[in-house]
Design a protein around this ligand. Structure first.
Ligand SMILES: [Zn+2]
Length: 246
């Protein structure tokens, strides 16, 4: 099993050891910091933490940590915008870094849109897939905006997962060809609801995740889904293919 969207680096050792014991192969770890960063050095330290320190910590319990690097819309830097972007580009270019993420829109403002477009252009240039956050609030409206933006930037549908999809927006994106990211977490989806949504979709285009990090979540969400659904494709083959994992 591979959890396709986590922030395990800000979860404690208990979550990590639970996942290792349940037989997970690996986790995608997305960049996020719960405060507005003052500048580029914050991102440099954050990315070093995710890329190197987590590789070592997870390795000790036999779990592969695959980093995703990017600036989340809630992590808009307070200064040094251009230098922050250069830092993203520097780390995104590393072979170890498997994706741009987590990026996206929270409110859909001008500033957020610019930040997202600037980063998507990097992903296209460096040929990395992108993990796109959708918000809880105004989900439909912001997701519609996101889909239009992704199309106008010209990133391939094969390289994008639109994450935290629920019943409200599934219609909107199911025919667009992007990967559908389903997050099983309190406040987002239950295993039961995720299975209901999966039933209507092309199995090739689904990624599932727990979003485990600092908020309430279940590190074993994917394991629980797999026990009910028994689809190796969804919990293992799809993330391996999408993130080009070895
Ligand atoms: Zn997340």
């Amino acid at each position: 099993m591979i959890d396709s969207h986590t922030h395990l680096f800000i979860a404690g050792y208990l979550a990590l050891s639970k996942m290792a014991k349940a037989g997970y192969n690996g986790v995608i770890q997305c960049a996020f910091i719960p405060v507005r960063p003052t500048g580029s050095s914050t991102f440099k330290d954050l990315f070093n933490w995710i890329v190197y320190a987590e590789e070592e910590r997870c390795g000790k319990v036999g779990l592969k940590s695959y980093p995703a690097i990017g600036i989340h819309p809630r992590c808009m830097p307070l200064s040094e915008y251009e230098r922050c972007l250069s830092t993203v580009e520097e780390y995104l270019g590393l072979e170890k870094v498997r994706a741009l993420g987590e990026v996206g829109l929270e409110e859909g403002s001008e500033r957020e849109t610019r930040l997202l477009v600037d980063q998507l252009k990097m992903a296209i240039k460096l040929d990395k897939p992108a993990i796109i956050h959708t918000p809880r609030r105004n989900k439909k409206e912001v997701t519609r905006k996101l889909v239009n933006l992704l199309k106008s930037v010209g990133i391939s549908e094969d390289r994008v997962v639109i994450d935290h999809v629920n019943e409200e927006v599934i219609e909107l994106i199911r025919n667009e060809g992007f990967f559908v990211g389903l997050t099983i977490q309190p406040g987002k989806l239950t295993v039961k609801r995720a299975i209901r949504i999966i039933g209507e979709l092309d199995k090739e285009r689904i990624l599932v995740n727990s979003d485990v990090g600092r908020d309430e979540s279940d590190p074993l969400a994917i394991y629980k889904l797999f026990k009910r659904l028994a689809s190796r494709k969804i919990v293992y083959d799809n993330p391996r293919k999408f993130f080009n994992l070895s």
